[in-house]
Design a binder for this molecule. Structure first.
Ligand SMILES: Nc1nc2c([nH]c(=O)n2[C@H]2C[C@H](O)[C@@H](COP(=O)(O)OP(=O)(O)OP(=O)(O)O)O2)c(=O)[nH]1
Length: 345
C-alpha cells in the first residue's frame, strides 16, 4: 500500500478556537473537515512542509517560534497508509484564505458545529479536549501518614484542593490521585485498611470535583478508578510493565475511561504504546523532591524521548504553570506537577 507522510496544523486563535478546512468536491473524502496541511515532499522536514502547505493553502506566513510538534498518528485508509504529523501553531501573518478548501471555519474543540471530520482525526479531536494541566495529589505523604479523615489529613487535602484551584486559573485540569499508601490493594491489606483506603480515595475524588477538576484519574488498578467513580486510571511505569508482562491488553474496564502511563525512558515508552494508553506523563524534566534518585532529563532529552508521540504527553518534574509555553515548544501537550501550582502565590 502507498505510504504517505503529511504535516497538518492545529491553528489556535486568541479565543481558543482552531481552524478547520472542508475538503473540496474533487478530492478523496469530499466534504469532510480536516486540519490544514498536506503531503511532505521529498527532502522536506514535517515542519518545512507545514510552513509551505499553509502558505499555499491558506496564504499564511507562520511564525517559526510559535510552531510546536504535538501528535503523530498513523491511519490506514483504503487508498494509502498515512502518517500524520500534527503541530500546534499560535502565531502567523495574514488572514486564512480558502485557496484549496471548499470552506474554512474556526471551531471550539469539543463544541464542533461541523461534521464529519476525516476518520484519522477522531483521536486528534479527543486529544484537543484533554486538559493541559495535571495536578497530582500527595495528601497521605503531606500529612505524614495521618489517618484518613483526621484534621492533619483534611489540612493536606485542603491544600491539594487549593492547588487544583490555582491550576484552574491557567486552564482546564486533570486531577491525578496518587496516594501510594492509600492503595486499597497494597500489602498492608486487611478489610479495615482496605475500607479506609477506599474511603480516602472517594473523599479525594469528591474534593477534586468540588475544586473544579474537569477529569479525575486514580493512580492504581482500573477496578479502583471505576469503583470510586473516577474518569480513568493512571499506571506507574512499574505497574504498566507488570500488566504487559502478564499478557494483559489495555486494562480499562469501561468505555470512555482514560488510561495514563508514567514514562521515564525509551523502554517504558514502548510499554505505554503497547498498552495503548491515552496519555503519557514523562519526566522528570528537572530535579524533583519526589524522585531525588532520578537524574533529570532536561528539555532536550525530554523532546527526544517523546518524539512523534501518538497521544498527548504531560511533562513532569520540577515544573510550574510558567513552564507551559516551553513544554509546548518541546512537544508536550501539557504539564503535571505536585507542588508547582501554589508556587509564587
Ligand atoms: N491536511 C490534512 N490531511 C489529513 C488530515 N487527516 C487525514 O487523515 N489526512 C489525510 C488525508 C490525505 O490522505 C492526506 C492529506 O493529503 P493531501 O491533502 O495533501 O492530498 P489529497 O490526498 O487530498 O490529494 P492530492 O494532493 O494527492 O491530490 O492526509 C488532516 O487533518 N489534515
Amino acid at each position: 500500500m502507498k505510504r504517505v507522510a503529511v504535516a497538518a496544523a492545529v491553528l489556535w486563535n486568541e479565543s481558543g478556537s482552531v481552524l478547520l478546512g472542508q475538503r473540496a468536491p474533487d478530492t478523496f473524502y469530499p466534504g469532510y473537515w480536516e486540519f490544514p496541511g498536506g503531503k511532505i515532499e521529498a527532502g522536506e522536514t514535517p515542519r518545512e512542509a507545514l510552513i509551505r502547505e499553509l502558505r499555499e493553502e491558506l496564504g499564511l506566513e507562520l511564525t517559526a517560534a510559535r510552531i510546536a510538534p504535538w501528535l503523530c498518528r498513523r491511519h490506514r485508509y483504503a487508498h494509502a497508509d498515512v502518517t500524520l504529523h500534527f503541530f500546534q501553531v499560535w502565531g502567523w501573518r495574514g488572514t486564512p484564505q480558502p485557496h484549496v478548501h471548499a470552506a474554512l471555519t474556526w471551531q471550539t474543540p469539543g463544541a464542533w458545529s461541523v461534521a464529519p471530520m476525516l476518520p484519522a482525526n477522531t483521536p486528534v479531536a479527543e486529544a484537543l479536549v484533554l486538559p493541559r494541566l495535571m495536578v497530582v495529589s500527595q495528601v497521605t505523604a503531606a500529612s505524614r501518614g495521618a489517618p484518613v479523615g483526621s484534621p492533619a489529613w483534611h489540612d493536606a487535602a485542603a491544600r491539594w484542593a487549593a492547588s487544583i484551584q490555582a491550576a484552574r486559573t491557567h486552564g482546564a485540569v486533570i486531577a491525578q490521585i496518587r496516594e501510594k499508601r492509600l492503595d486499597p490493594g497494597a500489602e498492608a491489606g486487611g478489610d479495615a485498611a482496605t475500607a479506609c483506603a477506599r474511603l480516602g480515595i472517594e473523599q479525594l475524588v469528591a474534593i477534586a470535583r468540588e475544586a473544579g477538576a474537569e477529569r479525575i484519574v486514580v493512580n492504581g488498578p482500573p477496578e479502583w478508578a471505576e469503583a470510586v467513580g473516577a474518569d480513568g486510571c493512571h499506571l506507574s511505569a512499574q505497574a504498566a510493565r507488570a500488566l504487559l508482562a502478564c499478557g494483559a491488553g489495555r486494562p480499562v474496564a469501561q468505555d470512555g475511561m482514560l488510561l495514563g502511563v508514567s514514562v521515564h525512558d525509551a523502554s517504558e515508552r514502548a510499554v505505554a504504546e503497547a498498552l495503548d494508553a491515552d496519555y503519557w506523563v514523562v519526566g522528570p524534566v528537572a530535579a524533583t523532591q519526589t524522585h531525588p534518585e532520578c537524574s533529570p532529563l532536561g528539555w532536550s532529552r525530554f523532546a527526544q524521548l517523546i518524539a512523534a508521540p501518538p497521544v498527548p504527553v504531560f511533562a513532569i518534574g520540577g515544573l510550574t504553570a510558567a513552564d507551559l509555553p516551553q513544554a509546548h515548544m518541546q512537544g508536550a501537550h501539557g504539564i503535571a506537577a505536585i507542588r508547582g501550582w501554589l508556587r509564587g502565590q
